[in-house]
Write a protein that binds this ligand. Structure first.
Ligand code: CAA
Length: 246
């Protein structure tokens, strides 16, 4: 991935930050991420990355909106050059059992977690195939593989990513572009910490390694797939879940 340009959506999140650090360590020459319109934390985050010696280009964008995303991608490419590596990491939860789930909770999760994958990948895929090199890495979830109580919306979106990955992987395989999915299990992050303590502890005990994952453990899998040496891995789903789902 040396001298490649990477775009990581959800880059300011816990896992996204670790992914950016890993891509930087791997030698990416430029890295960009998106800032949700109105997000006041972006400046502090950018400064903390800069303190670590990592300069990240931050462009305002709502990934749930196709037109806005297309425009933001054009801005990233104008600033950084053509994007070689796309990590679709933006994601939210709106947990609720189906009987109580509102259309809004369903819609928001599908738009941010699944529509965004189309919105970001579609404008970039042609450039990657024309340049005969590209990496698309979709951050799915163990809950897209096994389903999860209270996550009909999230499980559906994350499962949808697998179908997208395998379809597009076939379309671009001959052009030097790989498309893969990483499926994190429960990672030590604010998303997990939002789950009520009692449920969270039950989940931890169900993980064979008996602990939550570290963001860097997901980043390591992403860096592997982003590497030049990973060109024979495509349409794959890499589980990083402490053995919770095999
Ligand atoms: N399996 C079976 N039954 C369960 C259950 C489970 N996992 N969890 C709760 N129940 C039962 C309760 O015991 C209760 O039973 P009774 O009615 O008999 O008392 C009933 O279901 C509660 O049903 P409600 O519809 O009233 O649920 P609630 O409103 O109390 O809570 C919830 C629903 C908010 C979704 C809560 O269950 C929850 O937070 N679950 C965890 C969801 C989760 O794992 N989210 C993952 C977030 S992290 C992430 O998503 C990242 C990633 O990729 C891994």
């Amino acid at each position: 991935m040396r001298n490649r340009v990477a775009l990581v959506t959800g880059g300011m999140g816990t896992i996204g930050t670790a992914i950016i650090e890993a891509l930087h360590a791997g030698g990416c020459k430029a890295i960009a991420t998106f800032k949700f319109p109105g997000d006041a934390t972006a400046e502090t985050w950018t400064r903390s990355m800069s303190d670590k010696g990592i300069e990240v280009t931050v462009v305002e964008c709502d990934v749930a909106d196709f037109a806005a995303t297309k425009a933001a991608i054009a801005e990233v490419e104008a600033q950084c050059g053509p994007v070689d590596i796309l990590v679709n990491g933006a994601g939210i939860t709106r947990d609720n059992t189906l009987r109580k789930m509102t259309p809004d909770q369903w819609q928001q999760v599908i738009e941010v977690n699944l529509d965004s994958v189309f919105n970001c990948t579609q404008p970039l895929i042609e450039g990657m195939t024309e340049r005969a090199w590209g990496r698309v890495i979709n951050i799915s979830s163990i809950n897209g593989q096994k389903g999860q109580f209270g996550q009909a919306n999230y499980s559906a979106a994350k499962a949808g990513m697998h179908g997208f990955t395998k379809a597009v992987a076939q379309e671009v395989a001959r052009k030097g572009v790989t498309v893969n999915t990483v499926s994190p299990g429960y990672i030590d992050s604010p998303m997990i910490n939002a789950v009520p303590e009692e449920i969270r502890e039950g989940i931890r005990l169900a993980i064979p390694v008996q602990r939550f994952g570290k963001p860097s453990e997901i980043a390591r899998a992403v860096a592997f797939l982003a590497d030049d040496e990973a060109g024979f891995v495509t349409g794959a789903d890499l589980s990083v879940n402490g053995g919770q789902y095999m």
